[in-house]
Design a protein around this ligand. Structure first.
Ligand code: ACO
Length: 451
């Protein structure tokens, strides 16, 4: 099989958001902390009407409907999430209701979990299956989604919610490069969810940033090394048309691109340094591991990389800025944002890097090529149209006062384990086609309806 990758893609985000400027006032932090400091404008929020099953189902159903997918043509369904509502039963099994209705039950795959990395792991599983001897000729679907919520405090404005669904198979317009995926996995307590009675993670904010950046250093250098085995002239960032990152908040992504440049700088020969990085020679003896929070290095390389950022990364942040962190779906929201900022003609033949990070920690850098074969041009145009339509719904959302958001969060916290439970959140406010929770019965079984 050739050109295995993403054939079609859809997205779901909730119909309500909190404005980050208003949240700054409500939280009594200094003006600009969330909007400038973190680079976030709006944060998507869910009431008790939505949970991980419903948001994944909404994204999946949208993908199936908009692409007229025959359910019997799907042989694998994978879910990546870190929003756990059951220690045994997977979200995938709930998604099967849609398939089982039509008698389509011969479908492999279950859930994959490690913080924000599960979506990428699910994508790799699906691609690997299509490329393997187990493949039976059908396509795969990957759903990644999360409801990202934090307890009151500095992490709360870095929440968000949403899900992405992707159709995987051969002959795709977005093709994953083979043999160059570069991973960095190790043990860290930067962000984790050991308290099963709470929806919130324990976070060491500073450590999580350090872990993210060190994972990036490792993945980027290894990815370049693997690329050079195939293309000896590969120049890292300069050979990539786009560079996309998992996005906990937009500012970290801009810092990450600066970090990639700092890596290129350290890897360059003294002559190259003079030529490519004028005025930065004083950082020549600096070391990656000493500079995660070095203000001088950060500032110098943020400035250096500004044009590269505008060119290769900025457009990938549109959904992230307006929705917040979707955890496992975050990188794929970045992919959607990047794609819709361009026309099919601008995209054909382009290559871009993607960095996926999940705390704890698991991370990979890989790359996608937009297939040069014009026969996929119409698939690409369709993918872009469909995404454009969906992303424009960001402007149709309803703004919720921070105090009401705070009440919603208190309600979620209070009822995280209540059973039986009747959700009270508005159904009227939901976008058409949204799945919502109707009831949790005394045996904690969940029942849903679709608007
Ligand atoms: N105007 C402009 N900028 C401001 C203002 C202001 N009024 N006030 C603060 N800032 C800047 C700060 O200088 C800082 O930017 P800098 O790091 O470039 O200097 C930024 O805003 C954030 O301020 P901090 O004081 O550093 O924020 P705090 O420590 O309170 O929280 C954090 C930030 C750690 C990211 C927190 O939101 C968090 O824990 N989030 C969850 C964890 C996370 O997302 N980690 C990222 C990787 S792991 C993952 O994906 C979950």
């Amino acid at each position: 099989v050739e050109n295995v990758g993403i054939l079609a893609m859809e997205l779901y985000f909730p119909s309500q958001y909190v404005d980050q400027t208003e949240l700054e006032k409500f939280d009594e932090v200094s003006t600009g902390k969330y909007t400038v400091g973190l680079g976030q404008l709006k944060m998507g929020i869910c009431s008790d009407r939505e949970d991980i099953n419903s948001i994944c189902m909404t994204a999946l159903h949208r993908l199936i409907e908009k692409n007229h997918i025959n359910l019997h043509d799907i042989g694998r369904l994978e879910v990546g999430t870190e929003t756990i509502i059951d220690k045994s039963k997977s979200v995938k099994t709930y998604l099967m209701t849609l398939f089982a209705e039509k008698g389509a039950t011969d479908i492999e795959g279950i859930d994959t979990t490690n913080a924000c990395y599960g979506g990428t792991a699910a994508l790799f599983n699906a691609v690997n299956w299509v490329e393997s001897s187990s493949w039976d000729g059908r396509k795969a679907i990957v759903v990644a989604g999360d409801i990202a919520v934090y307890s009151k405090g500095p992490a709360r404005p870095t929440g968000g919610a949403g899900a992405v669904a992707m159709l995987i198979g051969p002959g795709a317009p977005l093709v994953l490069d083979c043999g160059v995926r570069a991973s960095y996995m190790t043990h860290a307590y930067d962000f984790y969810k050991p308290d099963l009675s709470s929806e919130f993670p324990l976070v060491d904010g500073k450590l999580s940033i350090k872990c993210y950046l060190s994972a990036l250093d490792n993945c980027y250098n290894l990815y370049c090394k693997k690329m050079r085995r195939i293309e000896p002239d590969f120049k890292g960032l300069l050979s990539l048309d786009g560079m996309l990152f998992h996005c906990p908040y937009s500012k970290l992504v801009q810092k990450s691109l600066a970090r990639v440049c700092f890596n290129d700088f350290l890897n360059a020969s003294p002559e190259q340094r003079e030529e490519q990085f004028p005025g930065l020679s004083k950082f020549s003896s600096y070391k990656l591991e000493d500079t995660y929070f070095d203000r001088e290095v950060e500032k110098a390389f943020m400035t250096y990389s500004q044009t590269l950022f505008d060119e290769k990364t900025k457009s990938s942040l549109y959904i992230a800025k307006n929705l917040g962190n979707m955890y496992t779906a975050s990188l794929y929201g970045g992919l959607a944002s990047y794609l819709i900022s361009k026309s099919p003609e601008q995209l054909i033949g382009k290559k871009f890097g993607l960095f996926s990070y999940g705390s704890g920690l698991a991370s990979t850098m890989y790359s996608i090529n937009i297939c040069n074969d014009m026969s996929v041009g119409s698939k690409l145009a369709k993918l872009l149209n469909s995404l454009n339509e969906t992303v424009s719904l960001l402007d149709e959302r309803q703004c919720v006062e921070p105090s009401k958001f705070s009440d919603i969060m208190d309600n979620r916290t209070m009822n995280y384990h209540t059973a039986p439970y009747q959700p009270s959140g508005s159904i009227d406010v939901l976008f058409p086609g949204t799945y919502y929770l109707v009831d949790i019965d005394e045996l904690r079984r969940r029942f849903y309806a679709r608007k």
